[in-house]
Structure formats: structure tokens, C-alpha cells
Design a protein around this ligand. Structure first.
Ligand code: 5GP
Length: 182
């Protein structure tokens, strides 16, 4: 990768896959759908740090059912682009979820192995219901039989950045989702 004179790597922002407008439009639709489905119930949104923070905070503003938010942070063993499904909890939930309606909010589901682990762990805590809302999925990569109730966008098998998604902790603040350029 070319270096600038300042010695910092040049931006690696490639093709934009989901524009800021499309994100806003789809998140508003998802919010309406979730609000309808959970009418009369109280929802606990569980965001998976760090990537889902942006999506979760925008989604939550479109929910008109009573809801609370909590976060979990996990580290997935594996290479930088492939998760192994062996997951370590770095930060657990602050509150018990027994008897609660829980919606896991994920930025992206790739192989689905991380999500599969999270679902197993949370199901064991006996919530009243447990579902998943993922902003992005890569159907070609899915290796795990996880049911994703709400999906923002299905994208091709490319490594993406922006709107919470990082490359080496950078690029999360981009207001759109783009491919990481070579
Ligand atoms: P999985 O266990 O589904 O294979 O991996 C899920 C995790 O891998 C995501 O939560 C995310 O942290 C990371 N990941 C997977 N695909 C991408 C991608 O295209 N871009 C970025 N930035 N992270 C990804």
C-alpha cells in the first residue's frame, strides 16, 4: 500500500455498496417492522461491540415500543478475515435476560459462527424470546444454521468498512458501507 509523505497509509475506501440514504431508509423500515412485531412487549436490544453501536443507535430511534439497551463484547479466535467460532466474552451483559424479549443487534454476519455462539450462550439464560437483527449478511459465506429474523442488506463476499465496521479499528465513522480497497 502506498504511503503518504506523512507516513500514514492512504485511505483504502473502495466502491460504496450501501449509501447513506439507503442506510437511513432501510433502518427506518426495520424500525417500523420491529415496532409492529413487538407491539405490547418490552424489548431489550443487545448490541455487539464495537461495530453495532452505530446501527443500534440509529435503529433505536425508529422504535416506538419501550426498549432498553445493553452491550456485549466478544473476541473471535481465527485469522483477521475468518472467524473460527471459538469466541471469548470480553464484556458480558450488565443485566440478566431471563424472561425478557431480547433482540441481538449485529453489524455483520459473515460465517455466522460468532452469532451461533452468542445465541447458544444467551439461550441458556432463558429469555422469553431471542431474535437477531443484522444490518449486513453475506449469504455466500454463511456456514452456520442461524436464523436471522431481520436483515438490512445482503451483500456479496467482500470485506467492507464504514458505518461501524472497521479495518484495523479505522473507518468506523464513514456514513456509508464501502469495500476495503487493495
Ligand atoms: P462471523 O463469525 O460471522 O464469521 O464473523 C462475524 C464478525 O466478523 C463480525 O461481527 C465482524 O466483526 C467481522 N467481519 C466479518 N465480515 C466483515 C467485513 O466485511 N468487514 C468488517 N469490518 N468486519 C467483518
Amino acid at each position: 500500500m502506498a504511503q503518504t509523505t506523512a507516513g500514514t497509509a492512504a485511505p483504502r475506501i473502495g466502491e460504496v455498496l450501501v449509501t447513506e440514504d439507503r442506510l437511513a431508509e432501510r433502518i427506518s423500515e426495520l424500525g417500523a417492522e420491529i415496532s409492529r412485531d413487538y407491539e405490547g412487549r418490552e424489548l431489550l436490544l443487545v448490541g455487539i461491540l464495537k461495530g453495532a453501536v452505530f446501527f443500534l443507535s440509529d435503529l433505536m430511534r425508529h422504535l416506538d415500543v419501550p426498549c432498553e439497551v445493553d452491550f456485549m463484547a466478544v473476541a473471535s479466535y481465527g485469522s483477521s478475515t475468518d472467524s473460527s467460532g471459538v469466541v471469548r466474552i470480553l464484556k458480558d451483559l450488565d443485566v440478566p435476560i431471563q424472561g425478557r424479549h431480547v433482540l441481538i443487534v449485529e453489524d455483520i454476519v459473515d460465517s455466522g459462527l460468532t452469532l451461533s455462539y452468542l445465541l447458544r450462550t444467551m439461550r441458556a439464560r432463558d429469555p422469553a424470546s431471542l431474535d437477531v437483527c443484522a444490518l449486513l449478511t453475506k449469504p455466500d459465506r454463511l456456514r452456520s444454521n442461524v436464523a436471522i429474523r431481520y436483515t438490512g442488506f445482503e451483500i456479496p463476499n467482500r470485506f467492507v468498512i464504514g458505518y461501524g465496521l472497521d479495518y484495523g479499528q479505522r473507518y468506523r465513522q464513514l456514513p456509508y458501507v464501502a469495500v476495503l480497497a487493495d
